[in-house]
Design a protein around this ligand. Structure first.
Ligand code: DOR
Ligand code: ZN
Length: 449
């Protein structure tokens, strides 16, 4: 048999250890992992020069914006950024225009993305008004639903506990996870109204309006609602405080189907960085105190944290730079910085390589039922991130493939660079250049059970 390609001279992370090996790839799948002498004949051979090969990153928190907000990012620019960062699968959040919230909107988005993506892409939906609509959306292949508790994004009334409970029950029964942005709407609104009345438009007011209590109140409320259901599967996005993380840890101990994510910006920056970075580090939830950051690292190492997601949230520079803080768009791009930052943290002994691979690839693939991705194993899709683990370089946001050419990590010295990215067996990024055509990524649909 002649396979499509053989990748020689890899140091690959396989089942918990780094092993010298080669990969045979055929029709997008890993056909064999083994020694060079045992490799089949191949149409092409690529020498990986003894570099470290990791499963491609599965980033379960990405805003790609395309369709009416293409001025911020498109499927092509966003997935080029992903490939540049060693990310081989992205899960797209639904707060787009048009909103991803119906069977039609979802299938249209899938159709458009199919021709334009350089990495694999799956889609979340916002919650529609009626539970039957959620079932139809799940049947279309949404990998998850997103519940924004800070402000209503879909048609589900976020202040109605009973309606939220039903929504969790319906999706839970289908085995579909619900990703949650946990910030309490009422608390935020009350505070923002007060600040606006007293003509406060500054960063300190913004931080106060989104303080720790706002996150904790939402986490507590949702866990209480989920507790009253049989099947809810909750995945808390971008957990940023010790209190919220403790509540998640307790729910896990009690045997609930609860998982959580942290972002690199909440792990590596603190609220003191706003003095230096201003609105270019503004995200929701905002950056926190050093104590909270340390708690997140404990959560990483003790196992409470399940995934690291970038929350890649591109905006234009004009949108970031508004006269009033209340009109400024929160969010920073992260697809091109997540893997180098986490590799750097490994060099600094802040986490192990095994833990990093779990957080970046294995766990997100597991939580979102991407059974054939997330690990380097025979039979799985050949999604690979080849990294020069020891190479030091400076993050340069001006060179991002993303339309958003800023970063709170701009000019940071990091160690560990993605140098080749393979998606479905095809070389998509080579030494920073995109070398494949749009469409090599697959649209990932939830597998029907
Ligand atoms: O910082 C954020 N940006 N947080 C969110 O919840 C939304 C996101 C966005 O869509 O820009
Ligand atoms: Zn987000």
């Amino acid at each position: 048999m002649i396979v499509d390609s053989v990748l020689n001279n890899a140091k690959a992370y396989l089942k918990g250890e780094v092993v010298d090996c080669c990969f045979a790839i055929d029709e997008g799948k890993i056909q064999k992992i083994g020694r060079e002498t045992n490799m089949p004949k191949a149409d092409q051979k690529i020498d990986l020069g003894n570099l470290l090969v990791l499963p491609g990153v599965v980033d379960s928190h990405v805003h790609l914006r395309d369709e009416d907000r293409a001025h911020k990012e498109t499927f092509l620019t966003g997935t080029a950024a992903a490939a540049a960062g060693g990310v081989t699968t992205v899960l797209d959040m639904p707060n787009n225009s048009p909103l991803t919230m119906s069977r039609e909107a979802l299938s249209n988005r899938m159709r458009l993305a199919g021709r334009r993506v350089l990495v694999n892409i799956g889609f979340y939906s916002a919650f529609p008004a009626a539970p039957e609509e959620s079932q139809a959306i799940a049947a279309e292949g949404a990998v998850g639903f997103k519940l924004f508790m800070a402000e209503q994004v879909g048609r589900l009334n976020i202040n109605d506990d009973q309606a939220v409970k039903e929504a969790l029950e319906v999706t839970g029964k289908l085995g579909v996870p619900v990703a949650v942005h946990a910030e309490d709407h009422d608390l935020i609104k009350h505070r923002v109204d007060q600040f606006k009345l007293s003509k406060r438009h500054d960063m300190a007011a913004f931080l106060k309006a989104h303080d720790e209590q706002v996150e904790f109140a939402a986490v507590e409320r949702l866990l209480k609602i989920a507790n009253e259901t049989e099947n809810a599967r909750i995945h808390f996005c971008h957990v940023s405080t010790q209190k919220a993380l403790d509540a998640v840890a307790q729910a896990k101990v009690a045997g609930k189907m609860v998982t959580c994510e942290v972002t690199p910006h909440h792990l590596l920056l603190t609220k003191d960085d706003y003095e230096r970075l201003g609105v270019f580090a503004l995200t929701l939830p905002p950056l926190r105190t050093k104590e909270n950051v340390l708690a997140l690292w404990s959560g990483i190492n003790e196992g409470t944290v399940d995934t690291v997601g970038s929350d890649h949230a591109p905006h234009t520079l004009q949108e970031k730079d508004s006269a009033s803080i209340w009109d400024t768009t929160p969010g920073v791009p992260g697809l091109e910085t997540t893997l180098p930052l986490i590799l750097t943290a490994i060099h600094q002994n802040r986490l192990s390589l095994a833990r990093a691979v779990q957080l970046l690839s294995e766990k997100p693939a597991e939580i979102f039922h991407l059974a054939d991705r997330g690990r380097l194993e025979q039979g799985r899709n050949a999604d690979l991130a080849v990294v020069d683990f020891n190479l030091k370089f400076k993050i340069d946001a001006a060179k991002f493939k993303s339309k958003s050419k800023f970063s709170p990590f701009d000019k940071w010295e990091v160690q560990g660079k993605p140098v080749k990215t393979f998606v479905n067996g095809q070389l998509v990024m080579d030494e920073g250049e995109i070398v494949a055509k749009a469409g090599v990524g697959s649209v990932v649909r939830r597998l029907q059970s």
